[in-house]
Design a protein. Structure first.
Length: 241
């Protein structure tokens, strides 16, 4: 038999961890089966429930909405940061003229370019290697009340959403610059040789230039993705700060 405070503590942690897993990157994807997510959340709740303060069923009714909101904000903050790498990959594909290679993504339920999926996959691996899930679980274990939390979640969400565009542009910056130069060169060529089929040349030129830029800037690309993953790992502490 379990005491009331043990059951109430488990349910509170389960609500918080469940909301986090729904909004967190990777775990919150539709491709992850609901049963697997529930099992993971149950295991996390079993581990974290003993470290929480004693709770009762009467207090649990008031605490559950806050726990759910806190978990959602915690997971969404991490997801927004990694979305910067995903948006950067989409910009790279558009710059290289890969719009024709877009396929329907069942997770996003929209058309997605190959560069977008590759950038997100690399950022996700860097996020897991940097201990992003471990830091989130540590943050889930911290007992934070509504009064203590204050404006930290709103500030963290504003910061992450504001940095999303900057991260996307930083990831795709080399290709954006190369694409601008290539467009300028093709514009000059079209003026010098009006009879040239400029559109057939542009596609091949952008692909060649884009592949060359990707190979040259690969180390910087990896560093940018690693930096984004570390920000996604540490953003959880801005929520509970």
């Amino acid at each position: 038999m379990f005491a009331e405070h043990q059951v109430a503590g488990f349910l509170a942690v389960f609500a918080r961890a469940g909301a986090w897993s729904y909004a967190a990157p990777l775990l919150g994807d539709r491709m992850v089966p609901a049963k697997v997510r529930i099992l993971l959340v149950g295991a996390i709740a079993l581990l974290l429930a003993p470290v929480r303060p004693a709770a009762t069923f009467s207090l649990l009714i008031l605490a559950v909405p806050f726990e759910i909101a806190f978990g959602l904000v915690l997971g969404a903050a991490q997801r927004f940061v990694l979305a910067g790498a995903e948006a950067g990959g989409q910009l790279m594909g558009i710059t290289m003229g890969l719009g024709f290679a877009g396929t329907f993504d069942p997770i996003l339920r929209e058309s997605s370019l190959p560069t977008r999926r590759i950038a997100f996959a690399l950022a996700a691996m860097a996020f897991m290697s940097a201990g992003g899930f471990e830091e989130a679980i540590r943050a889930l274990a911290i007992p934070v009340s509504a009064l203590e939390l204050g404006e930290a979640p709103a500030r963290a969400l504003i910061t992450t959403t504001g940095a999303l565009l900057g991260a996307a542009v930083r990831v795709a910056a080399p290709l954006l610059i190369a694409g601008f130069i290539a467009n300028l060169v093709m514009a000059l060529i079209s003026k010098a040789a009006p009879a040239l089929n400029i559109f057939s040349v542009m596609l091949a030129l952008f692909l060649v230039v884009g592949l060359f830029i990707l190979m040259v800037t690969a180390p910087a690309f990896v560093r940018d993705l690693s930096a984004i993953s570390q920000v996604a790992r540490d953003v959880v502490w801005e929520v509970v700060q």
